[in-house]
Structure formats: structure tokens, C-alpha cells
Design a protein around this ligand. Structure first.
Ligand SMILES: [Zn+2]
Length: 863
């Protein structure tokens, strides 16, 4: 203690001697944090934080990289001046404790004594939830300048990593839009585009698939760079419920998560509630709404990796515009808070009244400091438990089943298998390979097999990500209904990627070699003169196809494949591609391309490029954004089409296929959402963005299809096109309530016609991601319509669920999932589910992609 005191005094002396006094946020901004209708821009926030860092020896900045649109991402590192001098050492200690399987317990005990607790705090992943980025300035100022002896003692014990925004692009957009509309009737209203360039609000659904730059930056901080033990993600929610939600979260609990995670969340969350109550803040609730089950969200994924992930949600205002709430407008209605009334998890209901941005900032400041208090006062426990959970996970991997997961290179799509392995490595999973054939029991796996041992610190993560999900049916009271899931109920990676993963209980040999990159399929191009063959089943075939089409290459899909090929395999004549071009593609895309000795004979289809026109409504659609992202990953040529483009018919000549993402009829026709959920957040957009495509746009689309155009419509959009063209088909799930049918994010078996071009490269039995999607009852069409069912659900409901929660599976029996209609000279492809859902459904990307080439396919019959 005396040493600490000494360090403190030295630290204080140093700070007064060397450093200038940091300005207050108000001095810097010219207004106070949380003032009505005032928001600091992300640039202002960053430069303020940099000024404080320059002026304070308790504050430094860790540069973490760039966001999607090139904004800087940083963590402000907050700890005592003495600790600031040893950050590398504390990171090293945290890293060693995280890797418990490589650390003896005596050494661990010594490191726990020496180490500092580390907590990551992230702000505004959801950019309209503006409070926490503003709060960050005040928190950092307070941290840098406080003379409070308790706070000074806390900062000796721990390091706070504060990320002022984990979606800075959206922060910039939202603040600009807000300022632009101040004083108009659109003040505080929504933007006509997504606040993350690709994925909008779904940026908090990406933390196991890690598709977006921002997710990968946070993932790096957590599992490769700092190894924090605690992770708080600060959000805002609707305006008319509790003022703030703090941990613990509610049922159901995921079965694989260590129970200490929940207990530590209780410990921190309870202190948050207590400190808020004590300071006179009412309306704080816990154990409600947000469950402890699904791993997609920022801090959720961390639960499976021994990190205590925490969520706070504060009631929103209209961005920075205050609101007034009448007591009669307050309501419950959620899991854990069916009515807005006093109860054990909500002891002091807020009575209603004025609610401002400053209130949000205050609640967040108190909660964040409460976290610092609890974590620092329990520093050694948090470090010890962090080590202990990792150690127990490793031990369980030795004693329990399985001992390992095996990913053989013999896969339907070996590229997808490599991508899955690459993702697991990014998650900090330890993976090995065998340079020789690997004998495990009766089975021999080829060289290049990936082996994922269960005996490692993130075993719980492997258990949830590599196995199918079964939703825990928790009831609030005996005989009561089960708690509905908060988000999706299935995320199993092998199923999503379409990769065979085998569990083994065998002991692993000592000869395995640890890898830091996947072992990709080996490609050895020979000197064949029969051209080049690319398996249609390989994930990267589409990127190659799009690049080759862009270069004007002659390309065919084979209807009579050569030996070891599949119907639809992609063939380029020998003179269409040089062997160096082929080798370059193979290397860059891990493309399993091979050369043939003789050119294939038989029927084939010439493929020409078709340009995609992707509908982008002003009621911003996350599915549109995800679709755009997926198209870009595979180098599809596309343009976005808005209402005006469709009304004016300006897509003629610019697009060969119209792609409608999952958007409701009401948004397409009127530019307004119709679901009750979406309506509560809805306010009219400025006139230049209001309205839909009807009726002029509808006329244009009809004429275009009749004359030969192709439309691909996904999920809800399919319903719209059924109606627009009077197609002889209906969605059997229309109008059903949740007690009759529910599949809120469920993997279901799909039977595919792999001889149809849309099914090329797929397996006859696939898996579709069903998220409150559509199922089609077709009718025998009259001569106006040609109809072909391309994919359907199985005949027997017991064959339908593959992973996740489903109620009413029998309603999907024999129903069509993908149908092609010929209308006039054109065609409409209805895809009842989202084959590109959140970019998490790699195995069904092919189905969507194939449909996009339809306009450019031309039959070539063999002579
Ligand atoms: Zn949020």
C-alpha cells in the first residue's frame, strides 16, 4: 500500500510538473456535454480526446485502424500514470492468463498478483444511440483530472480501454443529418440510409462472422491485443420503457457459458443499479428483455471466451432533442417486464416527465464509473477467474467429449472450409494440421486436414459455433409459454458454410503442426490443352467468374461434365486463359481450378456478364446493405436503383437483372414500413426521400419483365412480386401469428434441383436460413406462366429442422422455397428465404449468385 501511495504521489507530481491542464469538454466545444440539441462530431470528440491524452499522463491513445469509410478507430487507454509506463507488460500478463493452457498455476498466481484488470468500454455501435460518444469526453476528462482519492486508488488497479465509437462512420452521418435538419419538422428523425455503410443496425449482429472492418477491429482488441476480462457495450433503447437497463441479462442462458460469467455480470450490474439508485436516478431495471443466449452481438460473443460481456441500454431522446413523456405513455410489454410496474428487477419506476440527452449522459457516466469501482476493487478476482475459466475449459477438453473437431480437405466446397478455418483463427482459436495422412481410430484423414483440439481456453466458443443449436425452452412459471428468443436461434458455422466437420474422441498425435493460416486446396495446373475447369461448387468460383467475364473471356457452364466434375461446372477453352492467368487466380482466390487433357463435349451454356440493379429504398434496408456487401465481395457488377430510377425506367440499359432484397410491399410501393415493430421508430422522411415506386415504377417493371427482363426477389419482396404479377402462388405463412408458426433464424433442410442453373454447384440436400421467411404453395399455372420449382422443403416435418428454434415445421412440408416463373418474355425468380442473410449463409450464396446470371445464359447444343 505504501508503494502505491508513493507511486501516486510521484504520479501526481509528474503530472503537474510536465503536463498542461487538459481543457474541459465545454472549454473545447463551446457547449456542455449533453446540452439539448448539441452534439460533438466524431472529429471533435477525437481531437478532444487527443488533447486530453497530450495533457495527461493518465491518458494515452491506442490507434486501432480504420473504419469502412476510413475514419480512425481508437481506444483511449485510461489508467494511473505509473501503469501507463508499463502497458505492454500488463497486456502481456493478460495474454498469458487468457492462454491458461500454456501457463502453470504457480506462475499464474504470480501474474495475477502483478497484473492489472482490463476493461473494454465501447460506445455507439448503433449510431443514433448518440449518448455514449458524448459521455466519453466527460468520462475521460474526469479520469484525467480527478483528485478523488477513491478514483485515484481505482486507477492503480485497472486499465480502462474506452472506444469512443465502434462505428465512427455512422457517428459522422448521424450528427451531420441531425444538424442539417435542426429547427425543421424532421429534427431528430431518421436518415434515408444505413448508419453503417453496409449493414446499419445489424453491425451488432456480426461478431461471430466478423465480416465488417469494425467488428474485426474490436475482435483484435479483445482476443489478440489487450485480452480484457470485462467488456461493456453501451447502447440506448426505446423511450417509453425503463430509463436504463443494466446487467444481468435474462433467460435463456446459453449452455456452454461458464457460470462465473453470469455471476461477475451480476456483481458489476448490481453495483451499477446501486450507484444509480443512490444518486437519485430511478427507472433502472435488470433481468429483462435481453437474453443470455445468442452470440452475434458485440459483447455476447465474449461470454464464450471467458470475458464478462455487459450491456447497458438507456432510454433514448430524439437524437439530441429532448422529449417529454406522460406517465400514461410508459409501458412494459417485454420479457421480464410485462407491465410498467414496480417489481423485483425494477424497484423504482420512473414516473414520466422530461427526458434529455444530459439524462442519458448522466446515467451512462454513473454506470461506467460503477464498473470501474467494482472491477478495480475486485482486481485479483477478475484476473483469477479469467485464468480459471480458461484453465477449466482446457481441462474439460481433455476429460470430456469431443477431444477435437476434424476438418478434412475432402469437402464439397474446400474453399468454404478454408474460409471457416480462417474465421476461427481470427477468433483466437488454436488450429493444427497434419503434414502426413492422419490416422484416428479406423479413419485416415489426408494430409492438410485441419484439427481443432477441444482442450483450449475458448472451448465453449467451439462448442457453440461448431455444433447445431437447440433452443433452451425456459418458462416463466409452470405451464407457462416458453420465453421467445431475442434474436436468431442458429449460428452453427459448419452448417452455415456447408462444411463437414467431424467430432472425435481419439487422442491426438504429438506430430501436429500449429497453423496461423488455413491450408488451402493444393492446385497443380498441368499442361492440358482441353481448357480449364472450375468446380461450380467452390465459393471463390464466382469471384473468378465475375473477373473473367469482366475481361470478356469465353466461359461455359457444362451440362455434361467431364470425369470428377459436376453438372454446371465452369469451363474456359484453352485459348481463353493463359496458364499464368489461371495460376494467378488459383493462388489469389484459392481456386481449385484444373486443366483438362481434352475439351469436354456435350451440351453447355455460354455465360455472359449480367449487370445487377439492386433496389435500395429510402427506408433504409439492412438486407439491401448486406446484399451489396456480398455482391462486392464476389466482384459482381451492380448498381443501386432508388425509387426515382424505377419510376423513370432509367434502369433499362443499365441493369440486366433487378434484385429486390427482403423489403416489404409497403416500403416498395409507399416508402413506409407496415410492421408494428418498425412503425414505432418511424417518422416521415423529407419530401425528396418520401414515397415509393408506385404506380409509375410498377408499370416500368411490368413492361420490362414482359419484354424479357429478369427479376430476383428475396423473402418479403417475393410477396410483392406475387401480387404485382398475379402469380399463381401464395405464401402459406402469411397472416399466421407466432403461436402458429415461428422460425426466427433457424436452419432448415432444403431440397435443391441441382440440374437447374440456379441450383448449380449445390448439393441435392442443402440448408436454408429461415428467418420469418416465406414458404410457397404453388398452383398449376395457366398458359400465361411457365413455372419451375427449383428448391423445396422436405415432405416430412421431422426432416425440416437442422438447427435452432422452429414452431409449426409441418407448415413447410413440401412447400416450395425457390420458384422461377416465366412471364411474357421475361422471368421472376422468387427466393422465399434470405440466401445471403447477414452474410452468414455462405452455402446458399450460390443460389442467389446463379440466379443473377440467368439473363446472360445461352444454350449451346453439341453437334
Ligand atoms: Zn443499440
Amino acid at each position: 500500500m505504501r508503494d502505491k501511495l508513493l507511486a501516486l504521489i510521484v504520479g501526481l507530481l509528474l503530472s503537474t510538473a510536465v503536463f498542461a491542464v487538459p481543457p474541459t469538454p465545454e472549454e473545447f466545444l463551446g457547449f456542455s456535454v449533453g446540452a439539448d440539441r448539441k452534439l460533438a462530431s466524431y472529429t471533435q470528440v477525437l481531437s478532444y480526446l487527443r488533447q486530453v491524452a497530450a495533457a495527461s499522463d493518465r491518458v494515452s491513445i491506442d490507434e486501432l485502424g480504420e473504419s469502412t469509410l476510413g475514419n480512425e478507430m481508437v481506444a483511449v487507454v485510461l489508467t494511473s500514470a505509473a501503469n501507463q509506463l508499463n502497458l505492454d507488460r500488463y497486456r502481456e500478463i493478460a495474454s498469458q492468463l487468457a492462454n491458461a493452457d500454456q501457463l502453470a498455476s504457480e506462475e499464474a498466481a504470480r501474474l495475477i498478483e502483478e497484473g492489472k484488470a482490463i476493461a473494454l468500454v465501447t460506445c455507439t455501435i448503433h449510431s443514433t444511440e448518440v449518448g455514449s460518444t458524448q459521455m466519453a469526453m466527460e468520462f475521460v476528462h474526469d479520469f484525467a483530472t480527478t483528485v478523488d482519492s477513491e478514483k485515484l486508488a481505482w486507477m492503480e488497479e485497472m486499465i480502462v480501454l474506452l472506444m469512443p465509437s465502434i462505428n465512427p462512420d455512422g457517428q459522422v452521418m448521424v450528427v451531420d443529418w441531425y444538424n442539417e435538419h435542426l429547427g425543421t419538422k424532421f429534427e431528430g428523425g431518421q436518415m434515408p440510409w444505413l448508419y453503417h455503410h453496409y449493414v446499419g443496425h445489424d453491425n451488432n449482429r456480426d461478431f461471430y462472422m466478423l465480416t465488417q472492418k469494425e467488428s474485426r477491429v474490436v475482435n483484435q482488441v479483445l482476443y489478440h491485443r489487450w485480452f480484457p476480462q470485462v467488456f461493456l457495450d453501451e447502447h440506448q433503447m426505446g423511450s417509453t420503457g425503463p430509463r436504463m437497463f443494466v446487467p444481468p441479462q435474462t433467460d435463456p442462458l446459453a449452455p456452454e457459458i461458464h457460470s462465473l460469467i453470469f455471476r461477475q455480470a451480476d456483481l458489476i450490474g448490481t453495483n451499477m443499479s446501486y450507484r444509480l439508485e443512490e444518486s437519485g436516478r430511478t427507472g433502472v431495471g435488470h433481468n429483462m428483455i435481453f437474453d443470455s443466449y445468442w452470440p452475434g452481438g458485440t459483447r455476447n460473443t465474449a461470454w464464450w471466451k471467458n470475458v464478462t460481456g455487459l450491456l447497458t441500454e438507456v432510454a433514448s431522446v430524439r437524437i439530441a432533442t429532448p422529449i417529454q413523456i406522460d406517465s400514461g405513455e410508459l409501458r412494459g410489454g417485454s420479457k421480464g417486464l410485462p407491465e410498467y410496474t414496480r417489481r423485483a428487477n425494477f424497484p423504482s419506476p420512473w414516473p414520466g416527465g422530461d427526458w434529455t440527452l444530459r439524462d442519458i449522459v448522466d446515467y451512462e457516466l454513473i454506470a461506467t464509473w460503477a464498473l470501474v469501482e467494482t472491477v478495480s476493487e475486485n482486481r485479483s478476482e477478475f484476473l483469477r477467474n479469467f485464468y480459471r475459466m480458461a484453465d477449466e475449459a482446457t481441462q474439460a477438453g481433455v476429460t470430456d467429449s469431443p477431444s477435437a473437431w476434424i476438418v478434412s480437405p475432402d469437402q464439397h466446397d474446400p474453399v468454404a472450409a478454408g474460409r471457416m478455418v480462417e474465421l476461427l483463427l481470427e477468433h483466437g482459436i488454436r488450429i493444427y494440421t497434419s503434414d502426413r495422412p492422419l490416422q484416428l481410430g479406423m479413419t485416415t484423414y489426408p494430409a492438410g486436414t485441419h484439427i481443432i483440439p477441444a482442450a483450449q481456453p475458448y472451448r465453449a466458443f467451439l462448442l457453440t459455433m461448431l455444433r447445431p443449436q437447440r433452443y433452451p425452452e425456459v418458462v416463466p412459471y409452470q405451464g407457462g409459454p416458453i420465453y421467445p428468443p431475442y434474436d436468431v436461434t442458429s449460428w452453427s458455422l459448419p452448417i452455415a458454410f456447408g462444411v463437414e466437420v467431424v467430432e472425435t474422441d481419439r487422442a491426438l498425435p504429438e506430430t501436429l503442426r500449429q497453423i496461423d493460416a488455413p491450408v488451402w486446396p493444393q492446385v497443380a495446373l498441368t499442361e492440358g490443352s482441353g481448357g480449364y475447369l472450375i468446380p461450380h461448387s467452390s465459393d471463390s468460383a464466382f469471384t473468378a467468374l465475375n473477373r473473367l467475364l469482366r475481361d470478356g473471356k469465353e466461359i461455359y457452364w457444362l451440362l455434361t461434365p467431364p470425369e470428377e466434375g459436376q453438372v454446371g461446372d465452369i469451363w474456359l477453352p484453352f485459348d481463353a486463359l493463359s496458364s499464368s492467368e489461371a495460376t494467378a487466380l488459383a493462388e489469389e482466390l484459392h481456386l481449385p481450378i484444373r486443366s483438362l487433357d481434352s475439351a469436354p463435349t456435350g451440351d453447355r451454356m455460354r455465360v455472359r456478364s449480367s449487370r445487377v440493379g439492386l433496389f435500395k429504398p429510402w427506408v433504409a434496408s439492412m438486407d439491401e446493405g448486406w446484399t451489396r456487401w456480398v455482391l462486392e465481395q464476389y466482384d459482381f457488377p451492380y448498381i443501386n436503383l432508388n425509387n426515382q430510377d424505377l419510376k423513370e425506367g432509367s434502369f433499362r440499359g443499365a441493369a440486366d437483372v433487378l434484385l429486390f432484397p427482403d423489403v416489404s410491399s409497403s416500403i416498395i410501393t409507399k416508402g413506409e414500413p407496415d410492421s408494428p415493430w418498425a412503425k414505432q421508430f418511424w417518422a416521415p422522411l423529407p419530401p425528396e426521400y418520401s414515397g415509393g415506386i408506385a404506380p409509375e415504377g410498377e408499370e416500368e417493371i411490368k413492361k420490362w419483365v414482359e419484354a424479357g427482363g429478369t427479376v430476383v426477389a428475396i423473402d418479403s419482396s417475393a410477396n410483392y412480386f406475387i401480387e404485382l404479377f398475379g402469380l399463381p402462388v401464395s405464401n402459406v405463412l402469411d397472416g399466421l401469428d407466432e403461436s402458429q408458426f415461428s422460425a426466427p433464424g433457424t436452419m432448415v433442410r432444403l431440397l435443391v434441383d441441382v440440374d437447374h442453373p440456379v441450383g448449380f454447384g449445390m448439393r441435392p440436400e442443402e440448408v436454408a436460413y429461415f428467418a420469418d421467411s416465406a414458404a410457397f404453395q404453388t398452383r398449376v399455372p395457366d398458359p400465361r406462366f411457365g413455372r419451375q420449382v427449383i428448391a423445396r422443403y422436405p415432405d416430412d416435418d421431422t426432416d425440416i429442422p437442422v438447427s435452432g428454434y422452429i414452431e409449426g415445421a409441418e407448415l413447410l412440408e413440401r412447400r416450395a422455397a425457390v420458384v422461377e416463373y416465366r412471364v411474357g418474355e421475361g422471368r421472376i425468380v422468387l427466393i422465399g428465404f434470405r440466401p445471403q442473410h447477414r452474410a452468414q449463409t455462405v452455402r446458399t450464396f450460390k443460389l442467389l449468385f446463379n440466379a443473377l446470371y440467368l439473363p446472360g445464359l445461352e444454350m449451346v447444343t453439341s453437334d
